[in-house]
Design a protein around this ligand. Structure first.
Ligand SMILES: Nc1ncnc2c1ncn2[C@@H]1O[C@H](COP(=O)(O)OP(=O)(O)OP(=O)(O)O)[C@@H](O)[C@H]1O
Length: 660
């Protein structure tokens, strides 16, 4: 897919998208989360780009929601579904569902929705989904205990490219290699020429190392899994509880994940733990061993009477020897025992049999008081323990990384499948929350049975189901607050959801495939001359487009257009617009309180539907919310006059006659 050919994607955005691992896939799958990872691309922009890619694929010119109110209804529809998503990914992904004039797009979305509606949402899956997020690339790692070595400048450059995590060094010969081996736990020589060369330390000759970076730097593989550990564990859990068909062995992946910690270290190895503790505690253990020996020696000295012959004393004084050498001579056995104590303590504290000999050498045979470590031996011991720890860590990392090396793609697919499940479950939950059904697409106009608008300002349980069918042009009349606007909202929501390929909140529905929805909300009060003119122009253009067939089939919903100007003029204007629509295939519903006047002004017979008030009970209207065909419903004033006329003869009866 040529990214730049997507409408709205310019050179800059295309460059940002090409930074992604696989922008084509992200665009093809509508993966909004992946697109939003491109530099400078916000979530909202990512959703627009994904929609644009879908539109291009279906040759969809866009523009379905043709008015601000129609766009509001689309946002509302989207929110109704997205409210049921658990993950942010699903919320964003749902934004790729939009009302489309393209039949193939609607069909594609309907297939997805039909599958989704069959899903059984349950709380356990919901809980597991809470931890799933799209996988991320980890921050780059730096490995300091290993280096690569070569004599060749070209290999040097290739190595730097292939393995930026480690240092690459140029060496002249085996001596250079030996120097490096003193500074690094492991040296990987890249030149064949070094094969068979004997060098002290962990020096490996691996001319193919650059082809298989994971063996040299298992940290690269592990960093990915460590960084995404919790997301992957959640994705594994989702697969288990939802019984999804996994792309890999879940137990093996879970086991491998359990072996690494958040930093990508292998966490479950006893030997590594001991080596680590030994390195960490070495200084403290040596100090304690010294104290043990000195306490013992001090006690022994305190308890002893030292007798010295005069000749000996003289000779010692003549040699300039201090009292300590006298003690050494006299307390040789106690010294030996104290040093033994120190050695035993250190060996015990380190808990590593293979380092016992060296640990013992940390306290020299030569008696001194106080007993002191041999600093040189201790620092060699520290070095050896550190190297052994690093080697052990690396070999374990290599082991786990080998298990995980080929699992990255599967891991990505695992997370994606869990996230996609959330998209489907959001649709499934929306379906259940509103008893929604997938509408039939086709026929003329719109037919809704048992429609309940979730956009109403009453709790959903209190919404009265509405039946309404309209094909062609109709006026919708009724008492104040009877539910006329709510019927328009319900029709608009049904048409919008149907063209998003999603289920609608109704027992059943049929929606004609149309290219545009024009929904004009009621204006607040009379418009000034300028605004009136521009509204008229808007309707003029719409009428002309519908007449010429340019805009394709449309649904037009208009709420009390009469409020734009004085009643006499608006009745004539509405009559003219409706006459024009009547001669086309457009479906149009105009809510009005001027149905009589419009009918009188129109040259064609206009259908009138009415929301009837069944009467007034305690000053409250009792209303059947479903519009009735061919009924010009009585208005609220008419109802009140009728009530007064019922109560007494005379003026009110005369007044009532005016309504006939
Ligand atoms: N189907 C329904 N179920 C329950 N309540 C409803 C339903 N339809 C409308 N209502 C209630 O009636 C109120 C008025 O509805 P709506 O605004 O649609 O009436 P209207 O006929 O357009 O009024 P007006 O003529 O004053 O513009 C709504 O705010 C809602 O509380």
């Amino acid at each position: 897919m040529d990214i730049e050919t997507i409408p709205g994607v310019g050179e800059k955005t295309a460059a940002a998208l090409s930074d992604l691992d696989d922008p084509e896939r992200a665009l093809r799958d509508g993966d909004v989360a992946a697109l939003a990872r491109a530099p400078g691309i916000s979530d909202g922009r990512a959703a627009r780009i994904a929609r644009a890619a879908i539109r291009r694929e279906h040759g969809d010119p866009g523009g379905f929601a043709a008015t601000p109110r129609a766009q509001e209804i689309y946002r509302d529809a989207l929110d109704l579904v997205a409210d049921h998503a658990v993950t942010r990914y699903a919320e964003r992904r749902l934004e790729t569902f939009y009302p489309s004039p393209s039949r193939t797009r609607v069909e594609e979305a309907r297939e997805f929705a039909a599958r989704a509606m069959d899903r059984e949402p349950d709380d356990e899956i919901r809980g597991a989904l809470a931890g799933v997020e799209p996988l991320e690339s980890p921050p780059s790692v730096r490995v300091r205990d290993r280096c690569l070595a070569t004599t060749d400048a070209e290999t040097y450059a290739r190595a730097q490219d292939a393995l930026p995590e480690v240092s690459v060094e140029i060496v002249d010969d085996a001596r250079g290699l030996a120097d490096l081996a003193r500074g690094y736990a492991t040296v990987v020589a890249l030149d064949d020429a070094f094969t068979g060369v004997e060098v002290e330390g962990d020096v490996r000759v691996e001319p193919d190392a650059l082809e298989d970076p994971a063996t040299v730097v298992p940290e690269r593989t592990l960093a990915f899994f460590a960084h995404n550990r919790n997301r992957l564990r959640a994705a594994v859990e989702v697969h288990r509880v939802a019984d999804l068909d996994p792309p890999c062995d879940l137990d093996a992946l879970a086991d491998a994940l359990a072996r690494i910690d958040d930093d990508g270290n292998v966490a479950d190895d006893d030997r590594l733990e001991r080596l680590q503790t030994a390195v960490d505690d070495l200084d403290a253990a040596v100090s304690t061993a010294e104290s043990v020996a000195n306490d013992r020696l001090r006690g022994a000295i305190e308890e002893r009477d030292v007798t010295i012959e005069g000749a000996d004393l003289l000779s010692l004084v003549e040699q300039g020897a201090g009292v300590d050498s006298l003690l050494q001579r006299e307390l040789a056995d106690e010294y030996a025992a104290a040093v033994d104590d120190a050695r035993d303590h250190l060996v015990d504290a380190l808990g590593l049999d293979d380092y016992a000999d060296m640990a013992r050498r940390a306290f020299p045979d030569q008696p001194t008081f106080p007993v002191e470590r041999d600093e040189e031996v201790v620092s060699r011991l520290r070095e050896e323990l550190t190297t052994a720890r690093d080697r052990r860590a690396t070999s374990l990392k290599r082991e786990v990384a080998t298990d995980l090396a080929d699992a990255r793609d599967d891991a990505e697919r695992l997370a994606e499948a869990a996230l996609e499940l959330d998209v489907e479950l959001a649709i499934a939950r929306f379906t259940r929350a509103y008893d929604a059904t997938l509408p039939e697409i086709g026929g003329e106009g719109v037919a809704i049975e048992g429609g309940r608008s979730p956009l109403l300002d009453v709790p959903y349980e209190a919404v009265d189901p509405v039946d309404y069918e309209v094909g062609g042009v109709a006026l919708l009349t009724g008492v104040n607050s009877g539910g006329k606007t709510s019927v328009l909202d319900l029709v608009a929501l049904t048409v919008t959801l149907a063209h998003m390929g999603l289920p609608v909140p109704a027992d059943s529905a049929r929606v004609e495939h149309v290219e545009e929805l024009h929904y004009h909300a009621k204006t607040q009060g009379t418009l000034d001359a300028g605004a009136f003119e521009s509204t008229l122009r808007e309707f003029g253009s719409l009428v002309e487009a519908v007449r010429s067939g340019e805009g394709g089939d449309v649904v037009v919903l208009v709420d009390e257009l009469e409020s734009i100007t004085e009643p006499g003029a608006s009745a004539k204007i509405m009559a003219g617009i409706l006459e024009a629509f009547d001669a086309t295939d457009a479906t149009a519903v105009f809510v009005t309180h001027l149905a009589r006047e419009i009918r009188d002004a129109a040259r064609t017979e206009l259908a009138v539907d009415g929301i009837e008030a069944e009467g007034l009970v305690d000053g409250q209207l009792v209303v059947d919310r479903s519009p009735v065909k061919n009924v010009l419903a009585r208005s609220t004033p008419e109802l009140i006059v009728e009530k007064l006329a019922d109560e007494r003869d005379g003026f009110y009866v005369e007044l009532l006659e005016k309504f006939d």
